[in-house]
Design a protein around this ligand. Structure first.
Ligand code: B12
Ligand code: SF4
Length: 457
């Protein structure tokens, strides 16, 4: 069969990210199928580019990857969905073949997106086994769909969604993503590669969609194999930083330590950033991370109110956030905390408590977001209702932003805009840019040294 893999993502903030999931799908396609990879990220006219590539290639099936259903400040979900609708129309006008959707964004609400966008098929969650199985079924003339886990399709206009497989993919069988198809502009624009050390998160935070995509059981890769892959990334002249895309790098903690130890033993040089949870973070891990080249930790702290953390079922307290921050200073690991203001059930006192907490915590960096429910993209009433609270929160943030000059408020464009980021890149700054908003690069006192001294006094 002739397979066209299309990455629809065009989000440029906080930086362009390689279509990592689709690279795994590309690698999983058996060699007997011909394929092309169409990445719309840098196209001036994505629909025209898509139509022309498809007409030239003449695929038998088009696989359309949907990474995000939100834009980066979470304000433009309906635009993103409309954009994908237009891509599907473009594909149908160019060629009459089955369209298969998948990807992290699609997996968040597959049934709703199937109904709204009407592709022929969808696969939610990881697709290294399901996608080749679907190609096989299509090749056979369209039989055996029932046996493919997490496949969504229409039969006589009715949506049929197969249930998940009893187990997820065994990480020992995971093949490397096909990096040969990456557009070189990702390297000239950001130079950030992606690496995955495990899939799955065992926690149950109330709003979180990650376990829907990757499952709840942490499936870890062999540290030696991970560092082999990292070493290959280091050899690429355009790669200057790696983002470890695991939902949480430090759970299980033992595995994170083993990965860091392997990096230290093999002397890897590439700086990296990862998501860290205050649970499962200790001095030994902080020390290993520092020595293994960690340049920054992104922390989903979410709230400065213990009652809200409990309601969100985060499993940690504000004291554990403080503990993480103390270790971050001690081991010189810049920490960037995301806070969600106005989650369901929160009132203004809670929002105020979180703002006070952030000022008192004084992390290296913080990103303040007014909460957006993914379902707002599909439910206009919910969106209207939520917007009222969100607008009030943003008004408060606008009035008080001078109190937190280092923090980013994406919805207000504070320390978060294409212009700022491109200026920082032009100055040669690398990695996630929050790492440069404070410190010498921004013309300020080196935060880490200053803070470390403070702790030791
Ligand atoms: C790491 C990460 C980031 C990092 C990325 C760093 C990097 N260098 O890549 C950073 C912090 C920069 C980031 C930013 C954003 N992110 Co993010 N991110 C993630 C995370 C944790 C992992 C993504 C990943 O790479 N996974 C590993 C790959 C291998 O898995 P995968 O992409 O899911 O692919 C598998 C399947 O989905 C499927 N598949 C993938 N493509 C296709 C295509 C087809 C046709 C098929 C059939 C199957 C298929 O098979 C793949 C292999 O098994 C996910 C959450 C999660 N746990 O999935 C959120 C997630 C993807 N991000 C999300 C969002 C919203 C964003 C931002 C818009 C938000 C923001 N303000 O930061 C930006 C957008 C950035 C951009 N330019 O597009 C959302 C997207 C859904 C949504 N709600 O819109 C997610 C799902 C988290 C969430 N909130 O639910 N992100
Ligand atoms: S720790 Fe992170 S990935 Fe895991 S459930 Fe909570 S928010 Fe989701």
């Amino acid at each position: 069969m002739r397979v066209a893999l299309v990455s629809g993502n065009r989000e440029k903030l906080p930086y362009v990210v390689i279509p990592f999931g689709l690279l795994y799908v590309a690698a999983s396609i058996p060699d007997r199928h011909d394929r092309i990879f169409v990445d719309l990220c840098f196209e001036d006219d994505p629909k025209a580019a898509l139509a022309s590539r498809l007409s030239e290639f003449g695929p038998d099936v088009v696989a359309l990857g949907m990474r995000n259903i939100q834009n980066s400040d979470y304000s433009g979900s309906s635009n993103v969905i409309q954009y994908y609708k237009e891509l599907i129309d473009t594909i149908r006008e160019a060629i009459d073949v089955p369209i298969v959707m998948g990807g992290a964004g699609f997996s968040v609400m597959p049934a709703e997106l199937m109904e709204k966008l009407r592709p022929d098929f969808g696969i939610s969650g990881e697709a290294e086994e399901a996608f080749p199985a679907l190609l096989e079924a299509l090749d056979r003339g369209g039989s055996g769909f029932d046996a493919i886990p997490c496949l969504h399709r229409f039969e006589e206009g009715r949506l049929i969604s197969n249930s998940a497989a009893p187990g997820f993919l065994d990480m020992r069988k995971l093949i490397r993503p096909d990096r040969s198809v990456i557009d070189p502009r990702y390297f000239s624009e950001s130079g950030i590669e992606s690496l995955q050390t495990k899939r799955g998160c065992p926690l149950r935070c109330d709003y979180c969609t990650y376990p829907i995509i990757e499952g709840r059981i942490g499936r870890t890769r062999d540290p030696e194999d991970i560092v082999d892959e990292l070493e290959r990334l280091s050899a690429h002249p355009g790669v200057n930083h790696v983002f470890i895309v695991d939902s949480v790098f430090n759970l299980p903690r033992k595995h994170a330590k083993a990965v860091c130890q392997e990096m230290i033993d093999r002397g890897t040089r590439l700086p990296w950033t990862c998501y860290i949870n205050p649970l499962g973070f200790d001095a030994e891990l902080a020390d290993l991370m520092r020595r293994a080249g960690c340049a920054g930790m992104e922390v989903g702290s979410d709230s400065g109110s213990d009652a809200i953390l409990k309601r969100l079922r985060k499993g940690f307290s504000t004291e554990q956030i403080r503990n993480l921050h103390r270790l971050a200073i001690e081991y010189e690991l810049p920490d960037c905390h995301t806070f969600l203001l106005g989650t369901p059930g929160e009132d203004f006192d809670d929002v105020r408590r979180t703002l006070d907490f952030i000022v008192d915590l004084d992390p290296f960096s913080a990103i303040l977001m007014a909460w957006v429910d993914d379902y707002e993209a599909l439910d206009a009433d919910l969106a209207r209702e939520r917007r009222v609270l969100r607008d009030k929160i943003l008004e408060v943030l606008d009035a008080e932003k001078h109190k937190f000059p280092w923090w980013s408020i994406p919805s207000l464009g504070v320390n978060y805009s294409a212009e700022l980021f491109s200026t920082l890149r032009e100055h040669g700054l690398r990695g996630p840019l929050w790492q440069h908003l404070r410190g010498p690069a921004a013309g300020q006192t080196p935060h880490r040294r200053r803070r470390r001294t403070a702790v030791r006094q």
